[in-house]
Design a protein around this ligand. Sequence first.
Ligand code: SF4
Ligand code: SF4
Length: 385
Amino acid sequence: MEFEEIVHRCFRCGYCKFTEDYHDFNCPPYLKFGLDTYAAGGRMWLINAWLNHGIETSKHYAEILYLCNTCGNCKEHCVFTFKEDLLNIFEAAKAELVEKGLVPPAVKDYLQGILVNGNPYKEPQHKRGRWAEGTDIQPFSGQEFLFYVGDVGSYDEPGKKMAGSVGTILPKAGLSIGILGSKEKCDGNDVKALGETGLFAKLAEENIRLFKEIGVKKIITLDPHAYNAFTKEYPKLGGKFKVWHYTQVLAMLIKGKKIPLPGYKVKVTYHDPCYLGRHNAIYNDPREVLRSIPGLILVEMNRNRKNSLCCGGGGGNFMTDVSGLGKDSSSRIRAREASETGAEFLAVACPICYKMLDEAVKEEGLEEKIKVKDIAEIVNQAILR
Ligand code: SF4
Ligand code: SF4
């Protein structure tokens, strides 16, 4: 396995499972199970034992590896330089399981869905662009920007709602955007995180070929996971495009006075998506958008920015979640934290966070107190007031 020479360097000191101030545990599977085995340090020792034939490949070993949300808290807070490779090590260990066909059934199902149907929902391709029906958004045919929506934005209700909100604002602000509709394919970010590097390479190569064929130069993504794949992984495979997450574009448009914002008196807290925040250090743009709405009060949860708690959906877990939606799942803990701020809206900037936190708010019985809304939806509501 790649990184074999690094795995043994972990001291199992445990710093990786905390926030920066060591006040809170911040590794979702550790929060759920309360055992170091489920945090990054334990994971490193397990992988080391597996590499040295101290433990055999088992269902339990595979489950522990796949419970990681790839949230990046460990990479942020481990005190050693090898921290840069922590997630790569976990990915390589999962890749070994993929190669041996020993992944948990839910993961197998997720990957199979993408391989056969092009998406984990196992829905037909022609349904991809349905969220745009009734809008003025056209298929991509040389517009300045490709608006890439992704699997969750195409097939999941909260994601479709988000795609609709972003797809409404951007043209209104004068941006020329087009979508791929039925030609769109999974970006592969989570496929890679699940260790299926071969399938990821296939998806990335097909996407890059298509983007080049139809003349895509600039991309706006709905999903931070797609943003991560397009900016970090695609360039290594020859796919160099200018890429923005939609919150960055909204921040620029508002700054350039392209979106008029009347007052909206509402108290909002913002949840940093791991693939926008910790993985890509985009913390300010979403907050700038919210703060630019006159009358909106932005309150922070105790865990924010690089100490934010994952919604629990990263690394494919929004579909494959082996840990479930119990009271101690990170999505429900996050829903309670958001509600404790007294905010009326829990603002999100990722369709996976939207799905996970919306379900968690309902499970917690907090719907009367707090509503999950994506940033574009809040901006649209402000415009309409
Ligand atoms: S991964 Fe880093 S912070 Fe975590 S236990 Fe190992 S050495 Fe300590
Ligand atoms: S990436 Fe997140 S879930 Fe995975 S081990 Fe690190 S802190 Fe835990």
